[in-house]
Design a protein around this ligand. Structure first.
Ligand SMILES: Nc1ncnc2c1ncn2[C@@H]1O[C@H](COP(=O)(O)OP(=O)(O)OP(=O)(O)O)[C@@H](O)[C@H]1O
Ligand SMILES: O=c1ccn([C@@H]2O[C@H](COP(=O)(O)O)[C@@H](O)[C@H]2O)c(=O)[nH]1
Ligand SMILES: [Mg+2]
Length: 222
């Protein structure tokens, strides 16, 4: 699986944009947004999708962490946002995403946990000229998401009930409207994310085999 660390040396150039937005996205790119509430299993499923279907997994949360580790001037602001469950300004998030895509050798991306709000969506579209092939929406109950986050045990500063409540508020007020926006465009693939990680991945496979078929790569699910 491709990772950010492996993606290597810094490059100055940006993701080659199309002048013609109607072309949807930089030529030859396949972009899948993976969305859902906090704890719905976005990162767990992206880690399965990437090696299985040959995608580069880009987690915006991880890109922000990596930015903090560089000693960036934005480090404190990013950490404060994460602790408080707030969203980092779109211009920074989009810049990090754009750099990561440019550095990757891959042209197929599963973008984990983005866009989180309408501003993110619009910035990706206008700055990077990204329009996703589809949005994978992991649909999970609030009760199950809370249970998972409180049991995550990965030392995340936001895995406490206070921050989880704030993150859920952001999800319902800011992220769900973006999912609805794409739904109105027929771009949302909704997956029941309540089952085990393996059961959820089986459902996701169907959606990706459909995409491969559309791209003429295979006759569909074997
Ligand atoms: N289908 C599942 N059933 C039970 N537990 C799961 C499932 N999927 C993920 N988990 C567990 O739930 C926790 C949250 O999963 P994950 O980190 O993938 O969620 P996320 O949507 O990426 O959350 P965040 O928005 O906080 O990044 C992890 O401990 C993970 O192992
Ligand atoms: O598009 C994004 C993605 C993430 N953030 C911030 O990072 C944390 C953690 O993100 P995860 O995807 O859950 O790992 C999130 O709560 C935000 O503070 C962001 O601002 N914008
Ligand atoms: Mg995650």
């Amino acid at each position: 699986m491709e990772t950010m660390a492996k993606d290597g040396a810094a490059q100055e150039a940006t993701v080659t944009p199309n002048k013609d937005v109607s072309e949807d996205k930089p030529k030859g790119y396949t972009v899948i947004y993976v969305s859902g509430g906090p704890g719905s299993g976005k990162s767990t499923q992206c880690a399965k999708i990437a090696p299985y279907f040959g995608f580069c997994h880009l987690s915006v949360g991880d890109l922000l962490e990596a930015e903090v580790e560089t000693g960036s001037e934005y480090g404190k602001m990013i950490e404060d946002c994460k602790k408080e469950g707030r969203l980092v300004p779109s211009d920074l998030v989009v810049k990090l995403l754009q750099q990561a895509m440019q550095r990757s050798q891959n042209k197929k991306f599963v973008i984990d946990g983005f866009p989180r709000n309408e501003e993110n969506r619009a910035a990706a579209e206008s700055i990077m000229k990204i329009e996703p092939d589809f949005v994978l929406f992991l649909d999970c109950s609030e009760e199950e998401m809370k249970r998972r986050l409180l049991n995550r045990n990965q030392g995340r500063v936001d895995d406490n009930i206070n921050t989880i409540q704030k993150r859920l508020k952001v999800y319902f007020e800011c992220t769900l409207p973006v999912i609805n926006y794409y739904s109105a465009k027929g771009k949302v693939r909704k997956i029941d994310a309540e089952g085990s990680p393996e059961e959820v991945f089986e459902a996701i496979k169907d959606v990706f085999f459909e995409l491969k078929e559309k791209h003429g790569e295979t006759a569909g699910r074997p």
